[in-house]
Design a protein around this ligand. Structure first.
Ligand code: B12
Length: 278
């Protein structure tokens, strides 16, 4: 048996990371310098703590297949299932990047792409370790659209984003100055909750509507339960379909039932041939 040394300190390049990730069929990848992302003291303190001497963020996106999104809102279950698969796929690739960086003597800290987020009364769990949309814009993956999402030239907003912070001195990929949002307002017109407007997305409106079986709805359910006066009615509610749906969302980890701001965007949309029934 040959025991290889765990790591060899080596100069890494952005091309090394791109070729590692290309093997995973990821074609949306870039590197953002860390500095422009530290827009407030919270991010600054946090990044110092999780990755001392952080220099940049490797950011990539995996594609959310459009046909699955097109099945919403009639049936959001395939999209809910796919979302979890996308997050697992991305997490696996982040792990590969992190291990690769460590083998070369550098830190590689994965930014949670979704949950967990820090829970406090200031941000109400609505702020990530780092803003991945911001990182993606800085790395040249696309531009910020009216739907408040990253719009990429080829897939529109139909990409999930992932990031690994590192102290390796990688060359940033150039920022793209083009605006890919066509300003057609389709996303605003199609937002069923009214959360989207010219001034962006209001998370207080989006969250309870889109996360149909998430925390805001669990809290509403509990406060309705508190109003019940008889034990019989309490138990009836506890055995009802809402609790089954909460159980399903909690055990599978998918809470979103609305994807309209992603689905409705015309940028990069595939025109599928019409289905013919004979
Ligand atoms: C918290 C969160 C939410 C919250 C709050 C949303 C919000 N507006 O931030 C809720 C639950 C509502 C939510 C909803 C959704 N989310 Co969300 N969410 C996150 C999470 C975990 C953190 C985001 C964060 O830190 N926001 C903090 C606030 C302050 O940031 P901000 O809104 O960007 O505000 C700043 C900017 O507006 C900035 N700003 C304004 N204009 C511009 C322009 C540029 C160029 C820049 C750089 C900055 C900038 O100034 C503000 C102050 O800092 C990220 C993952 C991550 N770590 O990034 C995913 C993430 C942003 N969500 C995502 C998605 C897809 C969704 C949903 C579509 C859910 C779904 N059904 O799948 C909806 C879309 C809502 C919408 N249209 O915006 C994706 C976006 C992918 C993409 N292509 O852009 C992410 C990146 C998850 C991922 N890993 O892919 N989300």
């Amino acid at each position: 048996m040959v025991l290889l040394p765990y790591y060899i300190m080596q100069k890494l390049t952005t091309a090394d990371i791109i070729s590692l990730v290309n093997l995973e069929s990821i074609d949306l990848i870039g590197v953002s310098p860390i500095k422009p992302l530290l827009i407030d003291s919270r991010y600054e303190k946090n990044i110092k703590r999780i990755c001392p001497n952080a220099r940049c963020v490797i950011v990539f996106g995996n594609i959310f297949p459009q046909s699955i999104l097109d099945a919403c809102p009639e049936n959001p279950r395939p999209a809910r299932y796919t979302l979890e698969a996308l997050y697992s796929e991305g997490a696996g690739i982040c792990l590969k990047i992190s291990r690769f960086l460590e083998k070369n003597g550098y830190r590689g800290v994965i930014i949670p792409a979704y949950l967990p987020v820090e829970m406090n009364y200031e941000t109400f769990g609505l702020k990530g370790e780092l803003n991945l949309k911001h990182a993606a814009v800085e790395a040249g993956l696309g531009s910020r659209g009216k739907n408040d999402l990253l719009i990429t030239p080829n897939y529109g907003p139909r990409v999930r984003l992932f990031g690994v912070i590192t102290d390796a001195d990688l060359n940033p990929t150039p920022k793209d100055s083009k605006d890919y949002c066509t300003n057609c307002n389709t996303c605003i017109k199609n937002c069923p909750s009214g959360a989207l407007s010219e001034s962006g997305c209001d998370p207080k409106i989006c969250s309870p509507y889109a996360m149909k079986w998430g925390l805001p709805q669990i809290l509403r359910f509990i406060s309705e339960l508190e109003k019940e006066t008889s034990n019989k009615d309490i138990f009836k509610k506890l055995r009802g379909l809402e609790v089954w749906n909460f159980w399903q969302a909690l055990s599978q980890g998918s809470y979103y039932e609305c994807f309209m701001c992603i689905q409705s965007c015309p940028v990069g949309k595939i025109k599928f041939s019409k289905m013919e029934h004979t």
